[in-house]
Design a protein around this ligand. Sequence first.
Ligand code: ASP
Ligand code: MG
Length: 404
Amino acid sequence: MKIVVLKFGGTSVGTIDKIKKVGDIIKTYVRKNYKVIVVSSAMRGVTNDLVKKSNQISQNFSEEEYDVLVSSGEQVACSLIAGRLINNGIKSRSWLAWQIPILTIGHHKNSRINLIKKNAILKYLKNGGVPVIAGFQGINDKERITTIGRGGSDATAIILAKFFKAQRCVIYTDVEGVYTTDPNKLKKAKKIKVISYEEMLEMASLGAKVMQPVSIQDARLNRINIEVKSSFVNKSGTLITKRSNILSNKIVTGITSTHNDAKVTLIGVKDKPGVAASIFKPLSRNSINVDMVVQNISSNGKETDLTFTIKNEDLNKTKKIIKENKSINFRKLLFNKGVSKISIIGVGMITTPGVTFRMFQSLAKKRINIQVISTSEIKISVLIDKKNTKKALNALHKEFKLDS
Ligand code: ASP
Ligand code: MG
């Protein structure tokens, strides 16, 4: 069987007219004799609205009830899509997770799919039907409704593609694909034709909001090719696949920038073993994610300065934790919300020397000061003054030949 999984995001099913358009897209696959499995997210804004309601009814809303509530948006979207297909003469029906069932493990609000029972869907496909499946939801071993984390219908689609051994998995969204950098920040950003799982994972974690990071990891582990494309225009999108499928002479595939990082500096920290651990332990206990870290070499062998970055929203909590931390001494505490992390990402870096130098040099030419640096195998990140974000993106986009 030639199976395709088609996933539609919130904006793609955002209005009745858009759902009609989705119906037309599905029809093109049916005509090409694909057995089509559809996965839908909730109509745009609906899930956010439900989350808001849960907070209004109780500041301590039950997690079990949260999952029942916020998963309900998908039910609406799925029945509307199925209804439209039926209207167009295509055999179709909606499926909620418990009806299949899609079994999950782990905590409420953040479960993971570990099994999908295939029988009913397979039979339906064989009989020429188009199942429309609610994304984002599952049930656990207590037969309670669960959800798999915000943006989770991407993961539903990928796990369905895995269990049904689909030939293709297409993620329909409101952008034409993955771009070399955010087109809202840099007009000359270009659509990327193919990108590796690893690069996409970095880009998604760094704020390219095209797909949920967990779902990309699922696709990587199961070697599922993902096509990301727009449901509004009929153009080819971006293929996310394994590295060995990619022939590219580019060193850097994409560039990202953040806008909600804060920099924290402790001046005059005692330079002795265990100090860094004493600073970070209470932060991690409070689930504060520390990103970049740099410690200056002490000039007198006694004191040093320690700088790290966190998310803006964690700043107040971090201030409080550090001030109340009795196990550390420092002379001064500095905070700066006006920073941005710029990252260049590309598997080409592994085999190309001098990439770091080129990055630093092109920023230096634009008189952009680098405050903190961090690197991984396929990524180099620098922290800069937020007001230079656009200038930096522009310079690096050109330096690494992404303009053409
Ligand atoms: N509707 C859910 C959310 O907004 C799931 C999804 O969009 O994939 O998080
Ligand atoms: Mg969504």
